[in-house]
Design a binder for this molecule. Structure first.
Ligand code: C2E
Ligand code: MG
Ligand code: MG
Length: 270
């Protein structure tokens, strides 16, 4: 078998294009065959670790490659447009699952910039809510900073339409790049999710702690809830709680688990 760089740049580029094409074909196949899964990770109140909702995270079990991480296939799906139907499937499935949760709570769904094109997202949300019977107040959508780089009025209009309907809006991965604090005022926003990269160094990294304090101050004034992602250690949780961060998510509380785990766990505690 020819392998990687040993074969020279031409062959490597061809091989990469071949791999990409194959991945694209398999992605479309997975979509047609209902080949994706959703896992759910709790969103908790840091005061008592109680769960107020869960984030839906897509998983792609692949016969040849095992479980493919979303960080590998979402960019491919975004580039070739498959993310639009995949995003619709995620919304429908997440709302349907959440409607069955015995304890209720919010289901938080990641959406991609491509879903905003032509207003598709508005229709996808409407259909997911209608099909599942889930009240809009139980759905949150997570947008990312990069999506807002070229905030056009259409995107703002769509976010406002969802917000007015009762759907919550969260800004995901905050602190990884582009969003300015000033932008927070322009958006209809319920929640800011602080990226794991900012939480990792707490409580010892003084710069991260200073950024955290500033963001918490501004969000308090703007009445935006703040959730810290990627909490793995009790000392991070304690520091965040002491500084007035009310919500969190991370392996300390639970890893993402298949939908059935939550239904069974909930049934067992009844
Ligand atoms: P995200 O939305 O920021 O999701 C959080 C990611 O952090 C998840 O990775 C989760 O498994 C991981 N995580 C949670 N707690 C911890 C922790 O304590 N430590 C560490 N090291 N990691 C933690 P995952 O599931 O691999 O998803 C990666 C990204 O893929 C997501 O980041 C999101 O941007 C994207 N994604 C996932 N599902 C979807 C989807 O349905 N649609 C779209 N458009 N993007 C999705
Ligand atoms: Mg997210
Ligand atoms: Mg995130």
């Amino acid at each position: 078998m020819p392998r990687g760089n040993e074969e020279g740049p031409g062959r490597t580029a061809d091989a990469e294009v071949g791999d990409l094409r194959r991945l694209e074909r398999e992605l479309r196949g997975a979509l047609a065959r209902d080949g994706f899964l959703l896992h759910y990770q709790p969103l908790v109140k840091l005061s008592d670790a109680s769960r107020f909702g869960m984030e839906a995270l897509i998983r792609w079990p692949n016969r040849r490659r095992g479980m493919i991480a979303p960080s590998l296939f979402i960019p491919v799906a975004e580039a070739n447009g498959a993310i639009t139907p995949i995003g619709g499937w995620v919304l429908r499935t997440a709302c349907r699952d959440a409607a069955l949760w015995p304890d209720g709570g919010v289901v938080s769904v990641n959406v991609s910039a491509r879903q905003f094109a032509g207003g598709v997202l508005i229709g996808q949300v409407a259909r997911a809510l209608l099909d599942s019977g889930l009240p809009p107040e139980r759905l949150q959508i997570e947008i990312t900073e990069t999506m807002l780089l070229d905030v056009d009025t259409d995107v703002l209009f769509m976010l406002a339409a969802l917000f007015d309907r009762g759907v919550s809006i969260a800004l995901d991965d905050f602190a990884t790049g582009y969003a300015s604090l000033a932008m927070l005022r322009r958006l209809p926003l319920n929640m800011l999710k602080l990226d794991r990269s900012l939480i990792r160094g707490l409580p010892h990294n003084a710069e991260d702690a200073a950024i955290l304090r500033a963001v918490l101050d501004i969000c308090r004034v703007l009445r935006i809830s703040v959730l810290a992602e990627g909490i793995e250690r009790a000392e991070q949780r304690d520091f965040l709680r002491e500084h007035g961060c009310d919500y969190g998510q991370g392996y300390l509380f639970s890893r993402p688990l298949p939908a059935a785990a939550w239904t069974v766990a909930a049934a067992e505690t009844v």
